[in-house]
Design a protein around this ligand. Structure first.
Ligand code: CMX
Length: 444
């Protein structure tokens, strides 16, 4: 792990110096304007954050350090005999900006497999004290938060660490958290859905395969699905709720555990990561309402319209930035076309893709009528035997840890300050509008 740490420190040092020069020489340069619709409209399109790990193009979708999802599936190292990338490799790429070698990925897998043993006992005791019917995302957040006792950053800060070294214990916290997150998640799953029959980690498995194993899914196909799933959900630049929240809370020098769980509480919202469980719930409700079996496109269209008329959203459709079908959806569709082309639920998901976009388009207000990542993921999990859809967002959360925590390392290494944008009141807005009208009057 020291090798990765040294490489990261070297890259971070270079970028920190570059940024210093950029700010010194160009600090006054404007990069955009903000209008009133944007400050009331969830800050869409406002460029106000720097995130190094990935960047989202509205037409093209996500690129991780410049690599698209198809490129990652081709270029990142794979498990022996495997066909999907190892998510550890994506973590390396996001952290240092270079594609890793197989040995470099193996080193991370081995470190995760070692540190997964370090989840302290009190984390499991904490989880045991929670009502078993508590939502798995709430349990996950509490479980990871209770690991905060292990924070090396919090300890180092209390002991008076110098600013320039913040990144080092943060890096260590990030590795420990990433190693432990699948174990905490699997513990919740087995306690809630499998009569508390817990399965310990296997030190010989890669991160995703070990997660599958601890969840009780040992088939090669489920391991393949987990590697793909944990890769494609890892990051979506910095402005989404889970990434932005992790970054924001981290900016107060809250450690990795505090920051990441804050992000997870945002991922648990139905407009963000929880949409994946909502998609399956909505499809199953539709099937029930239509008497079971395979619906027709016309029946789906009517159900979609009824959902909209009831003032609800169609889960899994739309996006704040994307304006095309999500490449993460496409990657899952390709996977399904290869391994389960005849599955009924998957075929319903594809029929919904044919039906929903024109209906959303016809509303005249939905900016992106296309499916997002959450429209497909649940159907793959159901088909592989994981039926408990309330758990799906936890899988998303484990994956999202890779991106938001790689970013947290960067935040500390670059010495980014506490975040504190300016808020205004509606009186201020009204006054500003009046002032500008008066100015316009005198200019005309
Ligand atoms: N179904 C119905 N209406 C939708 C819609 C959908 N799937 N997507 C957007 N709209 C509506 C919005 O609610 C909004 O309506 P109002 O003007 O009445 O408030 C209008 O269309 C304009 O919204 P937008 O600018 O197109 O979308 P936003 O950037 O405001 O919101 C998102 C983006 C994802 C929250 C929204 O598309 C949505 O609610 N989708 C369904 C939930 C979902 O799938 N979320 C997962 C996103 C991916 C993730 O983070 O995991």
């Amino acid at each position: 792990m020291n090798q990765l740490k040294e490489k990261f420190a070297e890259k971070a040092g270079q970028l920190a110096a570059e940024i210093k020069t950029i700010i010194k020489e160009n600090g006054d340069q404007e990069v955009g304007k903000v209008n009133i619709a944007q400050i009331y409209g969830g800050m869409r399109g406002v460029k106000a954050l720097v995130t190094e790990t990935s960047s989202l193009d509205p037409e093209e979708g996500i690129r991780f350090r410049g690599y698209s999802i198809p490129e990652l599936r081709e270029k990142l190292p794979k498990a022996p005999g495997g066909v999907e990338p190892l998510p550890e490799g994506l973590f390396y790429l996001m952290l240092v900006g270079e594609l890793p070698t197989e040995e470099e990925v193996q080193m991370i897998s081995a470190e995760f497999a070692k540190r997964v043993q370090e989840v302290p006992d009190h984390v499991f005791k904490t989880l045991d004290g929670l009502p078993v019917d508590m939502h798995p995302m709430t349990q996950f957040s509490i479980g990871i938060l209770s690991m905060q006792t292990e924070s090396r950053f919090a300890k180092a800060y209390r002991e008076g660490i110098s600013k320039k070294d913040y990144w080092d214990p943060t890096f260590e916290d990030v590795i420990t958290l990433l190693a432990g997150a699948p174990r905490v998640a699997a513990y919740i799953y087995n306690r809630k859905y499998r009569d508390n029959q817990q399965i310990g980690p296997d030190p010989n498995l890669d991160w995703a395969a070990n997660f599958a194993h601890m969840l009780g899914f040992d088939s090669d196909r489920f391991k393949r699905l987990m590697r793909l799933y944990l890769t494609i959900h890892a990051d979506h630049e910095g402005g989404n709720v889970s990434a932005h929240t992790t970054h924001l809370v981290g900016s107060a020098l809250s450690d990795a555990y505090l920051s990441y769980t804050s992000g997870m509480n945002g991922l648990a919202g139905p407009l963000h990561g929880l949409a994946n469980q909502e998609v399956i719930r909505w499809i199953l409700e539709m099937k029930d309402a239509l008497g079971g079996g395979m619906p027709t496109k016309e029946q789906i269209a009517n159900y979609v319209k009824a959902t909209l008329e009831a003032g609800k959203v169609i889960p899994g459709y739309g996006h704040a930035v994307l304006r095309k079908p999500d490449p993460r959806y496409v990657a899952q569709m390709e996977f399904a076309k290869e391994v389960m082309p005849d599955d009924e639920l998957v075929n319903i998901v594809w029929m919904i893709y044919d039906v929903v976009p024109p209906i959303l388009q016809a509303t005249g207000k939905v900016k992106n009528p296309w499916p997002n990542v959450d429209a497909h993921s649940g159907s793959l999990l159901v088909q592989h035997g994981m039926q408990e859809y309330d758990f799906y967002t936890v899988l998303f959360g484990v994956s999202r840890a890779l991106g938001v925590l790689a970013s947290l390392c960067w935040d500390r290494a670059l010495g980014l300050p506490i975040e504190r944008p300016k808020s205004v009141t509606t009186d201020w807005v009204k006054h500003t509008v009046e002032e500008s009208k008066a100015e316009q009057f005198f200019t005309d």
